[in-house]
Design a protein around this ligand. Structure first.
Ligand SMILES: [Mn+2]
Length: 343
């Protein structure tokens, strides 16, 4: 019989004897790294969280001794440009395609439709994402949990690895969490809030500074000035494969710079210009009503998309436009509704 004290302390003794992060490190070391540099990618149409999580995860892998470099799957959106300029961090280079067999790590997405071109034939070593339910499987290291930001998951991985965050990486992760959670007001969990507080503390940023930064980011995000209608639609678009159908869903905000109908016309015009006759095109436009509540307009393009939109939202309020009386989240509300209607 074991002495009772050893039984009680057994697990914690084992744990405290080991070097901090050693369990995590050995999991990472066991991956098939090969000899080339592994590229770390967020999703296509990179937003702040996608870029931040890829930069930071790449940094973490480098500090664990694995040669990694972040890349962009395409040009970044306005908010990302704004915040990288404002906080002074440099953006990865754009590389829109990866070669067959190359080693990659994916952050902030887990579906091929959103992944860099060539991902299907690449070796995907890791996925760190906060949108469960993607179609990429067979990946040896996966962290996929439904929380506010992929950047929060990467911050937690630094903790698991026992690696201290340098200032630049902390800055980048703070931006990612602020952006995806709209300063902890959208899809945020306690874990996002813990991570953001720790990062703000490390960077010596006050709640006022965070609020101000977040406001600037939101404004940059909905500032479509100087963009063509197509660029505006493509600024925040995600592709999905839903019930076997290719579906593209844009997400925009109407902030009253022009009449709502004029804005919806511009978005519809862009969708029709891009429409290839196969892909189902939708867009979600969030708009603040006079009473202060926010509703979502769901725009569609083409006969098949119209059928789906009607099944989800009933009679259109005008040609090409349905209305949801409550604000919809693209990934957690709209996509499940479209999936169900397509089945
Ligand atoms: Mn994200």
């Amino acid at each position: 019989m074991k002495p009772i004290i050893a039984v009680l302390l057994g697990s914690s003794l084992l744990f405290s004897c080991a070097e901090p992060g050693s369990e995590f490190r050995s999991k990472i070391d066991a991956l098939d790294w090969g000899s080339d540099t592994c590229l770390v990618y967020g999703h296509k149409v990179p937003d702040v969280d996608a870029v931040a999580s890829s930069i930071a995860l790449s940094r973490l892998m480098c500090s664990l001794g694995h040669e990694c470099e972040p890349r962009l799957a395409g040009p970044v959106n306005r908010e990302t440009k704004f915040v990288s300029g404002r906080l002074g961090f440099s953006l990865p280079v754009v590389q829109e395609k990866v070669l067959p067999g190359s080693r990659i790590i994916l952050t902030d997405h887990s579906e091929y439709a959103q992944s860099v071109d060539g991902a299907q034939d690449a070796k995907i070593l890791q996925i760190v994402d906060h949108h469960p339910g993607g179609d990429i499987d067979g990946v040896p290291f996966v962290v996929c949990e439904k929380i506010g930001a992929a950047s929060t998951l990467v911050w937690e991985l630094f903790g698991s690895a026992g690696v201290e965050l340098d200032k630049t990486t902390a800055t980048v992760l703070l931006a990612g969490i602020l952006s995806d959670t709209h300063f902890l007001t959208k899809n945020a969990t306690q874990r996002d809030s813990t991570a953001l507080s720790a990062l703000a503390l490390q960077l010596d940023m006050s709640a006022e500074q965070l609020a101000e930064l977040s406001k600037g980011m939101a404004e940059a995000d909905s500032d479509y000035s100087g963009m063509s209608d197509t660029e505006m639609f493509l600024d925040d678009v995600r592709d999905y494969k839903l019930s076997g159908c290719q579906v593209r869903v844009g997400s925009l905000d109407w902030v009253g710079r022009e009449p709502l109908d004029a804005f919806l016309d511009r978005v519809l015009g862009a969708m029709h210009a891009l429409y290839d006759g196969k892909t189902l095109y939708f867009a979600k436009v969030d708009a603040r009503e006079q009473d202060g509540s926010t509703v979502s307009y769901v725009l569609y393009c083409g006969a098949d998309a119209e059928k789906v939109a009607r099944a989800c939202f009933g009679e259109p309020v005008r040609d090409g436009v349905c209305r949801s009386p409550r604000k919809l989240n693209r990934k957690y509300d709209l996509v499940p509704m479209l999936t169900k209607a397509l089945e």
